[in-house]
Structure formats: structure tokens, C-alpha cells
Design a binder for this molecule. Structure first.
Ligand code: TYM
Length: 345
């Protein structure tokens, strides 16, 4: 006999997360958060400050409370509206950890061994990395599938983790196909949009802009003052050649491509139009314009972040409210999953 389930597969549900670690930068903003705000106008959106993920690097734990509030402030300041989206911190919905354990038991070590982000973060001293860092993508799959999400807006660096999430969903569907009529999980699609899907370091166009880069000059932080932004843009690495009038001539010029992509994202123009506009000019000219664009968009956001950080109770209230809403959905889905497996009677 097929099992009767209470949770419904939504037509289109968005889930995404961001780690509460210091130094949120324009890569996080352009690659993820800015898209979140657009999606909330049309879709059923759930966004999480994934504090349990941040714990996979033990040094993050000391700062976790402050970082959770700061990253929440950044997300709200960027336009996430609690009337349109659910915004919560992951650890306040314990179903994430429970589902992660269930998924740990159907995921293969070989799948996790292939994760490039683990290899990069663990480095040469793999035996010293935490078990949490290794099984991190399984928790990420639990985050997404706990809400039966159908779409996940992320930067390109998360694509492999999304593929793993699909593998886990597929494995679950196949394993338990006798218990349910239809496939329980739809395979979530990544939403990876526009020229900002991979913003690179300002010091090295081959390296991703990252919160953990030891060089602060490699990124523009959302909390940077105007003069710091101008100086970082001015010092951003480029090459001595002028800006060409077409994309093909940018091949191999990684730092140049990166600045053009950042310009395109902040100006909402496409790369082709920007190349025509700046063709023949040097990068110093583009950099002046770029500083202004970044400052115009980021400064009001920074101001609002500071304002919210002076009203932490307001941030906490939003998180508690969001957690209650998230938990309502998570509870029904997890109960169904346990019923399907045979863990709930
Ligand atoms: P995190 O916290 O590293 O980054 C948050 C988001 O920012 C994007 N991003 C970038 N986009 C463009 N250029 C860059 N240089 C850049 N750096 C970061 C990331 O792709 C991400 O979208 N594992 C995730 C958090 C997570 C999650 C989830 C995401 C946990 N559970 C479920 C989606 C769904 C992470 O570490 O993101």
C-alpha cells in the first residue's frame, strides 16, 4: 500500500543559503543576494543564514553570533523583505541536521571525495580537516530538500554541490519508489545568472573573490568605506593593453574580463555594450567610472547594515519569525520522509 503524505511538492520554490563568516563581499552580493531579491517578487522564497555550515571551519565559531547578525543585516539591507521571503538561521530549525544524517546514510564517500571545494579548503593537510567540512555538501542537500525546493540561486562555485544534491534526491527517489506514487523530490535546478556568476579576486584574475583570502585588497567588502572602495578599485590588477571592442579580444586577459564583468553587473548593461562604450580606452578610465558605480550601489546598503547592527533586537526578531515559518514547512516534510523510510509510525 502506498503511503499517504502531508507535504505538497510546490510548483516553484526557491531555497538558498549564505554562510555567516566575516567579510561579505561584492561576489556574494552580485553572485547571490542580488538575485535573491529579484526572485522574491515572483516566487516562494526561503533564505537561510547557514550557521551550521560556518562551524565546519572551527575558527569561525568564535565569531559566529556576530557574523550571523551581520550577514542577516546585509541580506535585509540588500532588499530581502520578510513579508515576501522567509529568512532564518539554519541551526534554529533542527530538522536540517536530522535530514543531513539520513542523507549521510545514503551518500557515497566517493561522491564527497570528488568535491573540489573540500579539496581546496582542506588543502594538503586533509587528515586535519573536520568531518563536518567533508560532509558539508550533504548538509547542503538537506537544506534544499527539506523544503522540497525546486530552484537554487547560487554563484558558479556551488554548482558541483547542487549536482550532488540532485544525486542524493535521485538516490532517495529510487530507493523508496515502492512506498510512494510519484517521485518524492524533484531534482532542484541551479539558477546561476549573468556576468557575476564568478567574480574573481582583484589581485589575481584566476582566483575566486573569497571571504577567506588573506589579502583584504583582493575583495570589496560590503562594509568598506567609500575611499577604501576607490582605492581597491584603483589598485586592482589589470594589464597595459587598451579595452577592445569585442569579447574575443579579451581572451586570456583574466583581470580585464573580471573588471568588465563587475562593471556589467553594477551597471545592469551587457558586456558587449560596455566594450563598445570603452573601446580603445585604458583601464584607469573604466576604473574611475566603476568606483562610482560600486559606491552608489553599496553605500546605501552599508549605511542600512550599520543601522541594523545598532538595532540587533530587530534582526533577532526577524530571524525568530523566519525560523518559526521555516520550521512549519520543515516539520511536515521531515515527517513525510521518515514515514517513507519507515522511521515514523
Ligand atoms: P557562501 O557563503 O560561500 O557564498 C554565498 C553565495 O555567494 C556566492 N559566491 C560568489 N558568487 C560569485 N562570485 C564569487 N566570487 C562568489 N563567492 C561566493 C556563492 O556561490 C553562494 O551562492 N555552500 C554555500 C552555502 C549554502 C547553500 C545551501 C547555498 C549552504 N546551504 C543551500 C544554496 C543552497 C556557501 O558556502 O556559500
Amino acid at each position: 500500500m502506498k503511503i499517504d503524505l502531508k507535504s505538497k511538492q510546490p510548483r516553484r520554490r526557491i531555497f538558498s543559503g549564505i554562510q555567516p563568516t566575516g567579510n561579505l563581499h561584492i561576489g556574494n552580493y552580485l553572485g547571490a543576494i542580488k538575485n535573491w531579491t529579484k526572485l522574491q517578487e515572483e516566487d516562494d522564497c526561503i533564505y537561510s543564514i547557514v550557521d551550521l555550515h560556518a562551524m565546519t571551519v572551527p575558527s569561525n565559531v568564535l565569531e559566529i553570533k556576530h557574523s550571523t547578525l551581520e550577514v542577516t543585516a546585509a541580506v535585509i539591507a540588500s532588499g530581502i523583505d520578510q513579508k515576501k521571503s522567509i529568512l532564518f538561521n539554519q541551526s534554529s530549525v533542527p530538522q536540517h541536521s536530522e535530514l543531513a544524517w539520513i542523507f549521510n546514510c545514503i551518500s557515497k564517500i566517493g561522491w564527497l571525495n570528488r568535491m573540489t571545494q573540500f579539496k581546496e579548503k582542506a588543502g594538503k593537510k586533509r587528515d586535519n580537516a573536520t568531518v563536518g567540512l567533508f560532509s558539508y555538501p550533504v548538509l547542503m542537500a538537506a537544506d534544499i530538500l527539506l523544503y522540497r525546493a525546486t530552484h537554487v540561486p547560487v554563484g558558479e562555485d556551488q554548482k558541483q554541490h547542487l549536482e550532488l544534491t540532485r544525486d542524493i534526491a535521485q538516490t532517495f527517489n529510487t530507493m523508496f519508489h515502492n512506498q510512494i506514487d510519484k517521485k518524492f523530490f524533484s531534482l532542484p535546478e541551479p539558477i546561476i545568472l549573468g556576468p557575476a556568476k564568478r567574480i574573481m579576486s582583484l589581485r589575481d584574475g584566476m582566483k575566486k573573490m573569497s571571504k577567506s583570502d588573506i589579502s583584504d585588497a583582493s575583495r570589496i567588502n560590503l562594509m568598506d568605506e567609500k575611499d577604501v572602495i576607490s582605492s581597491k578599485v584603483k589598485k586592482a590588477k589589470t594589464d597595459p593593453y587598451p579595452i577592445p571592442d569585442n569579447i574575443n579580444d579579451l581572451e586570456g586577459r583574466h583581470e580585464a574580463i573580471n573588471l568588465i564583468n563587475i562593471y556589467a553587473s553594477f551597471s545592469n548593461k551587457n558586456v558587449e555594450d560596455i566594450l563598445i562604450e570603452f573601446s580603445g580606452k585604458g583601464f584607469s578610465y573604466l576604473k574611475n567610472n566603476l568606483s562610482d558605480l560600486i559606491i552608489n550601489e553599496i553605500s546605501p546598503l552599508t549605511r542600512e547594515m550599520r543601522h541594523l547592527m545598532n538595532n540587533k533586537d530587530e534582526i533577532i526578531k526577524i530571524l525568530i519569525d523566519g525560523s518559526n515559518k521555516a520550521q512549519e514547512i520543515a516539520d511536515v516534510v521531515l515527517k513525510d520522509i521518515k514515514k517513507i523510510i519507515g522511521l515514523n509510525f
